[in-house]
Design a binder for this molecule. Structure first.
Ligand code: 6GU
Length: 225
């Protein structure tokens, strides 16, 4: 899988890429991730990439020309199943979107800044718009890192335990059950007896029951889906 991230502040994502599980995935050859700085395609001696918006109003807009050049250069070298624009007015990111994207060969993720990008780039190139929730970030980079992490950890072999990602919260609209490790008694707080029983069938039943309980308590909306 290949992920190209287009941004005017690539450093924000690079820190994450060089430290995380995503780094292991890249080193294992499971995914190739490249950052592309819009500034490189800026116009004139000052490498201009943004300008005032037509119609007036505060806030700069990322210009169409540098972005179009960068996107077309990438398209000339690689094939993209999706060109994603990170924006608070996009579709809210969900596990099922991560699942779907983890099966793609190539995706491009464009990070906006300031007031966003010229609408014509969205009209001409973008195939999917994603928000990571109902709050506003100052740029799309952290959101792109969130989406990249959620996708990459689903690629087979990226997490040591292959079945681990499938038992995450949200994979079947249920939150994950509580987990425990040694010691069996911590300051008088004991691990539920059943987890020490060695009876796998009973343990699975207990986990499902706890998952349902926790979901009912914290996210009843998930059970309606
Ligand atoms: Cl994708 N971008 C920005 N700037 N803010 C956001 C977001 C994205 N998702 C939620 N808030």
């Amino acid at each position: 899988m290949r992920i190209d991230i287009v941004s005017c502040q690539p450093g924000l994502v690079e820190g994450f890429l060089s430290q995380s599980i995503v780094k292991n995935a890249m080193e294992a050859g499971k995914v190739t991730i490249e950052m592309h700085d819009i500034r490189t395609y800026g116009i004139g001696n000052y490498r201009q990439i943004d300008d005032y918006q037509y119609g007036g109003g505060a806030g700069m807009v990322l210009m169409a020309e540098p972005l179009a050049k960068l996107i077309r250069d990438l398209q000339a070298r690689h094939t993209y199943d999706e060109i994603i624009y990170m924006t608070p007015d996009g579709e809210t990111f969900q596990q099922k979107i991560a699942n779907r994207l983890s099966l793609k060969n190539g995706i491009m993720i464009i990070c906006g800044h300031y007031k966003g990008i010229d609408q014509r780039i969205r009209d001409m190139f973008v195939t999917m718009e994603i928000s990571i929730g109902d709050y506003v970030l100052s740029g799309g980079e952290i959101a792109a890192a969130v989406v990249t992490d959620a996708i990459v950890r689903l690629i087979p072999g990226v997490i040591n335990d292959e079945t681990s990602a499938l038992t995450d919260s949200f994979q079947d609209n249920l939150l994950a059950p509580p987990v425990y490790t040694r010691p069996a008694d911590f300051e008088g707080h004991k691990v539920p007896e059943i987890l020490l029983s060695g009876n796998d069938k009973l343990i699975q039943e207990w986990r499902l029951e706890k998952s349902i309980e926790r979901t009912q308590e914290r996210r009843p909306d998930l059970l309606d889906k």
